[in-house]
Design a protein around this ligand. Structure first.
Ligand code: AHR
Length: 502
């Protein structure tokens, strides 16, 4: 049977924060070096930033960009990354068993954001693994204090007279993970995060701070971790973080296609945990969610490399360079839908990562840059997913999945822009059947279908590669109609759809 839902502007989830379309640049593999930054490349500007990559980053529509890690940040010494390049030390990067040259650092990161344009915003992660309150304060002073102190004057002497104006800060990274350098218990981390937050607010009460939540919903400490950390930090932080990566397990593609079921439950469970602590503390304040790492990631392939001992302190090695298929992009689109469906509480999200490392944009050193399949859903969601999310309750045909039981074949959301136009984002999870969809429009002054675009392919394994960089792209869909207040469409098997109504 058909899938259906109703759209009514009286029933909404909330306003989309532009920060929902954030991304992440980590000093990992070739994300920075030969990714965004490659002096000597024909497309590089005088600062070594690749213009071809910058063009794609703008087209992707990313906003907040988290930096410099990730696991990397837990060994990061920010002082190494500033000042004359020739004086910057080479360091061991324990997280990725690579050598960090520090040729790209804090100042270059801020310059990169400026070149993207005003939509780009810094989101700076602090090292709370091997460092603590003092170093966080020093970095904050160096980055944000206008002038007249040792560290603000040092920034000016380094050529950056204007402060960087970093508002959004991550208090560490994945501190619940045993792999993290300086891994802590929830109690230890909660105390460190609270002390750091309190001190940072002494410099600037207006900073926005993200406490580390769990590295995934499957962590053994999940939920207890969030509760303990928030008991310590509730009044001092603004966000709790979530990270999630998905891949097919044991060839179970239907469960993989339903990954957003896990993502939505993760979000709802963190909201419940945060609100429980708020209730306990009799606080009126709400903690929002920063989903600051999410993606499809073939992490088991990485673990094989990791355990093979093959990595040997190389500079910018090829790591985590997943090449995404059409099926991966459909799952990815569904993860975007999950974030939008919770836009009332998820007010920051970062696609991990931006270039080369599990990324929508790929580059070849000295060669071209191109779009992976996942590029398209992100660019479309960032472009058309601005405004108010409408409350979508689907009535959909279902199928059985091993991991999540009975699951809707349709996953959907809709966003109403300020000008009254509406965009429906929908995924058909069926690998075999097209899905007819009817959307009843109530109280919406819409008369026509502007566009129905789909990402789907007869070969769900199709990918864009160096040799064939334009193999996959969204295509227009004919036959989608809006008549007598009902939108009718047919969603191709295994497809990501964007239907724009005006
Ligand atoms: O994005 C890759 C890695 O995944 C990050 O460094 C880490 O935070 C997470 O485990």
């Amino acid at each position: 049977h058909k899938a259906r839902f109703t759209l009514d502007p009286a029933f909404t989830v909330g306003e989309v924060n532009p920060r929902l379309f954030g991304s992440f640049v980590e000093h990992l593999g070739r994300c920075v070096y030969t990714g965004i930054f490659e002096p000597g490349h024909p497309a590089a500007d005088e600062a070594g930033l690749r213009q071809d990559v910058l063009d794609l980053v703008r087209e992707l529509g990313v906003t907040a960009i988290r930096y410099p890690g990730g696991n990397f940040v837990s060994g990061y010494k920010w002082e190494d990354s500033v000042g004359p390049v020739e004086d910057r030390p080479r360091r061991l990067d324990l997280a990725w068993r690579s050598t960090e040259t520090n040729r790209f650092g804090l100042s270059e990161y801020i310059a990169f954001l400026k070149k993207i344009g005003p939509q780009a915003e810094p989101m700076m992660a602090l090292n709370l693994g091997t460092r603590g309150v003092a170093e966080a304060l020093e970095l904050q002073e160096y980055a944000n204090h206008p002038a007249g102190t040792a560290l603000s004057d040092l920034r000016a002497a380094h050529g950056d007279k204007d402060p960087f104006g970093i508002t959004l800060w991550c208090l560490g990274n994945e501190m619940d993970g045993p792999w993290q350098t300086g891994h802590k218990t929830a109690q230890e981390y909660g105390r460190t995060a609270a002390e750091t937050a309190r001190a940072m607010r002494q410099i600037d009460p207006g900073v926005e701070l993200v406490a580390c939540g769990s590295s995934s919903q499957s962590m053994p400490t999940f939920a207890a971790w969030e509760a303990t950390v928030l008991e310590e930090t509730y009044d001092l932080v603004d966000y709790i973080s979530l990270h999630a990566y998905y891949q097919p397990e044991d060839g179970d593609l239907d469960s993989f296609l339903a990954s957003a079921v896990d993502m939505e439950s993760f979000i709802e469970n963190v909201v419940a945990t945060a609100d429980h602590i708020g209730a306990k503390l009799k606080s009126k304040k709400k903690i929002n969610l920063s989903f600051d790492e999410w993606n499809v990631w073939y992490i088991s392939q990485w673990h094989e490399i990791e355990n093979s001992g093959a990595r040997d302190w190389a500079e910018a090695p090829r790591l985590l360079e997943d090449n995404y298929s059409v099926m991966d992009a459909v799952v990815f689109g569904s993860l975007l839908i999950a974030l939008l469906r919770h836009a009332d509480r998820v007010t920051v999200a970062c696609l991990a990562q931006l270039v080369n490392v599990i990324a929508p944009i790929m580059t070849e050193p000295g060669g071209p840059a191109w779009r992976q399949t996942t590029f398209f859903p992100f660019a479309q969601a960032s472009k058309y997913g601005r405004g108010r999310v409408l409350d979508v309750r689907v009535d959909s045909p279902k199928h059985e999945t091993k991991k999540y039981g009975e699951t809707d074949l349709l996953h959907a959301t809709a966003v109403r822009a300020e000008d009254g136009t509406v965009t429906v984002f929908a995924v058909n999870r069926s690998r075999t059947d097209a899905l007819p969809l009817d959307v009843a429009l109530s109280g919406l002054d819409l008369t026509r279908v502007v566009e129905h675009s789909a990402l789907a392919d007869a070969d769900p394994d199709a990918r864009n590669t160096l040799d064939d960089p334009e193999r996959v792209a969204p295509h227009p869909v004919d036959g989608t109609a809006l008549r007598d207040g009902t939108l009718s469409a047919v969603l191709e098997p295994l497809s990501w759809n964007v239907i724009r109504l005006a």
